[in-house]
Design a protein around this ligand. Structure first.
Ligand code: MG
Length: 306
């Protein structure tokens, strides 16, 4: 379990990446046995990580105290991305039921979003909760293209949007409608910038495979500027996170890529499987958890997540 995993390693492409590394840290494979892992989310009070195994229609739980992995929810409605809200509750994107839900402290499930303009959502993919309680999620069609990660169904929306759910009214607004397949998303530290990956190249040869940087207005409800932050060198960008010094860590075809706040690729963590997503965890948020196709990986870093 703690041996050197073949195909892993750290590539320092810029000196600024050196300060992120512990020196002798390694990549560990914590568990394997899934078809397509996704949606890692850390729960500090319980010292566990939840993550999705989408094609197997289940949510799994890795326990920091024992290292064991067990099924947390089966069926999971083909849940993809997960996050926790400001009260520590699980928020999930369900492909099969085409909705975003919150799991209450008593285990009840509350629907946060399941339609827009009186039509079903496509298949919510990834989600983040802002400090004001608003819920932001992406809605590409991956869960309705076939029965593999959900159920083959008709697309009812006119496109694939990025949505914001108001914390007071519950109103669902499309805040970006010009993505092909919006996917992972994360805020910067001051939460005036939202990073969103577009994995449109998954089904279109010349489709996008980049991360966009969306600058929000003062109220934090509208996009005032949208630019391309980074193009994926290998495979597609999917899930991403921002650390407490605004570096952006993203999944890619052959590992995890780390970008400086000004958009330079400063380093890479090689993983021997396609990486779908990642999150910071552990008591100090200095441990990076990585979902890579069949497996859950982690590595300790010298920096902290947020
Ligand atoms: Mg995703």
């Amino acid at each position: 379990m703690f041996g050197e995993i073949e195909g892993t390693g750290f590539d320092i492409l810029d000196d600024r990446f050196s300060e992120c590394l512990t020196g002798h840290g390694r990549v560990e494979r914590l568990w394997t046995g899934a078809r397509w892992t996704e949606g890692p989310v850390w729960f500090p009070a319980g010292r566990y990580l939840l993550f999705s195994d989408i094609p197997n229609n289940r949510l799994l739980r890795w326990d920091e105290t024992s290292g064991n992995v067990s099924e947390f929810r089966n069926p999971s409605q083909y849940t993809n991305g997960n996050t926790s809200d400001n009260d520590g509750r699980l928020v999930s994107c369900e492909h099969l039921t085409r909705r975003v839900t919150r799991t209450e402290h008593n285990g009840d499930i509350t629907v946060i979003a399941n339609s827009h303009n009186d039509k079903k959502l496509n298949s919510p993919n990834d989600v983040v909760v802002k400090s004001d309680g608003s819920v932001w999620f992406t809605d590409p069609p991956y869960g309705i293209l076939s029965d593999y990660e959900g159920k083959k169904s008709v697309l009812e929306q006119n496109g694939c949007y990025v949505y914001r759910v108001d914390p007071v009214s519950g109103e669902i607004n499309a805040i970006a409608t010009d993505f092909v397949k919006p996917n992972g998303l994360a805020f910067n530290c001051t939460q005036n910038i939202l990073y969103v990956s577009d994995s449109g190249a998954s089904h279109e040869k010349d489709g996008p495979k980049h991360i966009r940087r969306l600058v929000l207005d003062e109220a934090g409800k509208k996009v005032v500027k949208s630019t391309i932050f980074a193009e994926s060198p290998v495979g597609l960008f999917d899930g991403l996170r921002v650390d407490c010094e605004d570096r952006l860590w993203t999944s890619a075809g052959d590992g995890v890529y780390c970008y400086s706040p000004d958009g330079y690729l400063i380093g890479r963590i090689r993983i021997p499987e396609v990486v779908s997503n990642l999150c910071f965890g552990g008591p100090n948020l200095n441990r990076l958890f990585i979902t890579g196709t069949t497996s859950l990986y982690s590595t300790f870093l010298a920096i902290n997540g947020q």
